[in-house]
Design a protein around this ligand. Structure first.
Ligand code: GAP
Length: 514
């Protein structure tokens, strides 16, 4: 675990050092849980968004996109349930005056019990060497059994309290388990209270008062309130989908793990409108399609798993997460929800407008049911970064840090490097850049020794380096170096476009989804 923590710290500092992610307001010492994307980060992020957008809108004739405003009528959030039910349970320590999420305090406590179990196992593994049988040890060691029984009992209590929204029961767990404040070290806790996660601000400044509005906590509601507009103007027939990419804001209390949980983040959401009664069929279909989209990136099938929800949100009749193996464990990257007709019905009720679909095949009106796919751009970014990062020891004992980014997502697709800064090589290299730059993000670099330049490109995940040397001037060939294998092949300049395109085009990735 400690080793994984170290790797994660290295990834975070690599992201800053190479222009992927900076803390927001860095020169003012940052702003908690808010981040900026740098020159390479924004390209990687845009490529992720393009991959999602094209997979939705190009590959599905019945999915169109929109871009709705962040500010929306405040009644929308009443209708959606966010004003009344978008809460976290909070508890304060009276001595340190620090505020915590009660559920996170308990989860951290559970993780400490897990650590104790893992330590016992690691100690025994060291003692018994190759003969160690972990399953048998877990089943028979008295101390491990005691920890495990305690953990299971606590976990059940916790799940029951969370499912019932029982704030007193959550507090009682904290008291019974003698959980202390990490700052003051005391158990002097307040009651647990609900805290709404939406950011509120004022719109307008008229004498008779400004209107309170919220920064949207999800992009989905912008789709629901445009359902009629899109269905009518696009003459859409059910089943059809509306996709949107945009910022969302949540006043997360416990914001941690870098860009995993932020206060300002980006979502890629698609609402798929279907006939009532057909929603679970479409839910299963979208589960399959979305996992395929992730796996096509080639980051390792074993790094994904579904997590089906036992506890469903008030609007859902089925829900699952696609989880990805981050350095800190399997974590949710995407949610797929069968949201019934809850949202459209609520907006019908609160707006007073009829939101129905006339189904010509059934010859009847109904409120469509909805399957939602909702993925966080930043979490997707983090999963790509974490799974790409490698500190590699090379055959001669040398080391390099390389990002094995899926080539179509890489911020820079190829770097053109004149071997020396004279003899007409820079001019020849510039000619190649001027040809390739219309189709690929191309870098030109002439400073430092060639090995150092290769390392810099490896560190930002550039799939190809093209080296221009004296032979190039004679026969129009260059060396094409591939990032992962580091293999160098002599190729004709005329073939560069095709060779690069085959590896880096988004179309090649999209074709895998057929
Ligand atoms: N419209 C449904 C919805 O918003 P959600 O599970 O709350 O569902 C969907 O969020 C996705 O948005 C998550 O799977 C995650 O990738 C991303 N997400 C949610 N909160 C986030 C946060 N604070 N920081 C970064 N990403 C977040």
């Amino acid at each position: 675990m400690a080793q994984q923590d170290d790797v994660f710290k290295k990834i975070v500092s690599h992201a800053k050092e190479y222009g992927f992610v900076f803390p927001s307001s860095d020169i003012y010492d940052g702003l908690s849980a808010v981040y900026d994307y740098g020159q390479n980060g924004v390209e990687l992020k845009n490529n992720i968004k393009r991959y999602w957008w094209d997979a939705m809108t190009l590959l599905h004739e019945n999915i169109v996109g929109i871009d709705s405003a962040i500010f929306m009528h405040p009644t929308i959030w009443k209708a959606s349930g966010h004003v009344d039910a978008f809460n976290d349970p909070l508890i304060d320590n009276r001595d340190s005056k620090k505020r915590y999420r009660a559920d996170v305090l308990i989860e951290d406590h559970l993780a400490k019990i897990d650590d104790k179990i893992n330590k016992e196992i690691a100690k025994a593994a060291k003692r018994f060497g190759d003969a160690f049988d972990e399953a048998q040890f877990r089943a028979t060691n008295a101390r491990v059994l005691e920890y495990q029984a305690h953990r299971d009992e606590l976990h059940n209590r916790f799940a029951t309290a969370m499912n019932a929204n029982d704030l007193e029961a959550l507090r009682q767990i904290i008291i019974d388990e003698e959980i202390v404040c990490p700052i003051s070290g005391t158990k002097n806790w307040t009651e647990v209270r609900q805290f709404n996660l939406m950011f509120k601000t004022e719109m307008g400044s008229t004498a008779d008062g400004a209107m309170s509005v919220y920064l949207r906590p999800e992009t989905a509601q912008g789709i629901f309130v445009n359902y009629l507009n899109v269905q009518k103007t696009g003459r859409m027939r059910i089943p059809f989908g509306i996709a949107q990419i945009g910022k969302a804001f949540r006043n997360e209390i416990v914001a941690r793990q870098f860009i995993f949980r932020m206060r300002e983040f980006e979502q890629m959401e698609m609402q798929f409108f279907v006939r009532p009664g057909e929603e679970l069929k479409w839910f299963a279909q979208w589960k399959e399609w979305r996992l395929k989209w992730h796996k096509a990136l080639g980051m390792g099938d074993e790094k994904y798993r579904y997590h089906d929800h036992d506890k469903l949100a008030h609007y859902a009749n089925a829900a699952t997460d696609i989880e990805f193996l981050m350095p800190f464990g399997f974590k949710e990257v995407e949610g797929i929800h069968s949201r019934t007709n809850f949202d459209l019905s609520q907006h019908e009720k609160f707006s007073g407008k009829k939101i129905q679909y006339f189904d010509p095949e059934l010859n009847e009106n109904y409120t469509p049911y909805v399957i939602e796919t909702s993925i966080g751009v930043d979490r997707m970014f983090l999963s790509v970064l974490c799974s790409s990062y490698e500190e590699e020891t090379l055959p001669g004992g040398d080391t390099r840090v390389v990002l094995h980014l899926p080539a179509p997502l890489a911020p820079v697709k190829c770097a053109v490097l004149p071997l020396v800064r004279k003899d007409g090589l820079p001019e020849k290299a510039r000619e190649i850049v001027d040809d390739l730059k219309f189709d690929f993000a191309t870098h030109y670099e002439e400073k430092d020794a060639i090995g150092k330049r290769y390392r810099r490109q490896d560190a930002i995940g550039t799939p190809f380096c093209i080296t221009v040397d004296h032979q190039t001037l004679e026969d129009n060939t260059v060396t094409l170096r591939e990032r992962d294998s580091m293999e160098q092949t002599r190729v004709n300049i005329a073939d560069l476009h095709r060779l690069i395109h085959d590896r880096v085009s988004l179309a090649s990735l999209l074709r895998k989804l057929k």
